[in-house]
Design a protein around this ligand. Structure first.
Ligand code: FMN
Length: 269
């Protein structure tokens, strides 16, 4: 029994076979596709065969959920462009937590981000409360305080301002964000950028859901070197902290002017 089957409705277009980058799906003499069981171990489970089948009649035995997508409701290009261009880092938040259902909805979309060989290597650790995020913040500030001279001498970005800001009542690390989503991959994973892509999806899916984000660069650099933060978040030593999104409901309205940006730097060759 193959992992790949074709049910009624196949028009023998051969697209599934053409799309199968590991050449598992072959065409029989009659033009009907079948799975070559000798190669099935190489399947990366990308699901291109099921997604692009014009008749939705390709099936994979490991696909538990078969969710339809209405491509005809895709927004016009100009609407999508406005959506993408209007995403901004949010640094002013409401004192109202984003509930678990909304966070899960965002993560459901993140699942569809691309990853090398479709490995989907990202593990998320999410601080769901302002109190937990504050606990993390305190650990970072205290660690920086203990080491501030050394950190300043190696020009650790922002270490000094994190501590002096904290003492003045400012939150330089989280900018007041009540919640935090940390993206991890195993240190052995050859493509850590998979997690950066997932973090980008997170920020955009959050934007769609009315949730504001800001990349936690200071948090990320700090957390990589502070074992107490890793411990608090349950991050093991074999995991690499790729990045984080600080998030919450924006307590600020979007304006009407896009920010300045550099000119495009591109060579068409
Ligand atoms: C990898 C990365 C790390 C960042 N770290 C921080 C940070 O620690 N604190 C912060 O306030 N903003 C941080 N930012 C947000 C940038 O400052 C912001 O994206 C940039 O100024 C452009 O503004 P916009 O996001 O509103 O378009 C980070 C952004 C990226 C991509």
């Amino acid at each position: 029994m193959s992992i790949f089957t074709v049910k009624e409705g196949c028009v023998k277009c051969g697209l599934c076979s053409k799309l199968c980058i590991r050449e598992i799906i072959q065409l029989g003499a009659d033009g009907v596709p079948y799975g070559d069981s000798a190669k099935e171990g190489e399947c990366i489970k990308c699901g291109q065969c099921v997604s692009f089948c014009p008749k939705s009649c390709c099936y994979l035995d490991f696909q538990e959920e078969r969710v339809g997508v209405d491509i005809y409701t895709l927004p016009a290009a100009s609407v999508s462009e406005t959506f993408l261009r209007s995403r901004r880092s949010i640094r002013i938040y409401k004192d109202k937590p984003v509930d678990a259902a909304t966070v899960l909805r965002i993560l459901e979309t993140v699942r569809y981000a691309p990853s090398a060989s479709n490995m989907q290597p990202v593990r998320w650790v999410i601080s769901m409360t302002r109190e937990k995020t504050l606990e993390i913040n305190k650990l970072i500030v205290e660690s920086f305080r203990a080491d501030v001279a050394a950190l300043a001498s190696v020009n650790h970005p922002r270490a000094v301002t994190v501590v002096s800001g904290w003492d003045k009542g400012q939150d330089v690390v989280f900018r007041g964000a009540p919640q935090l989503a940390v993206a991890l991959v195993k240190k052995s994973h050859p493509f850590p950028e998979d997690a950066s892509i997932a973090l980008t999806y997170f920020e955009l899916a959050a934007h769609a859901a009315g949730v504001g984000c800001c990349w936690g660069g200071i948090f990320t650099m700090a957390a990589r070197g502070i074992s107490a933060v890793r411990g608090l978040l349950g991050i093991s030593e074999d995991e690499y902290i790729v990045g984080a999104q600080m998030f919450g409901y924006p307590d600020i309205k979007y304006g009407h002017i896009l920010p300045p940006r550099k000119k495009i730097d591109v060579s068409f060759v």
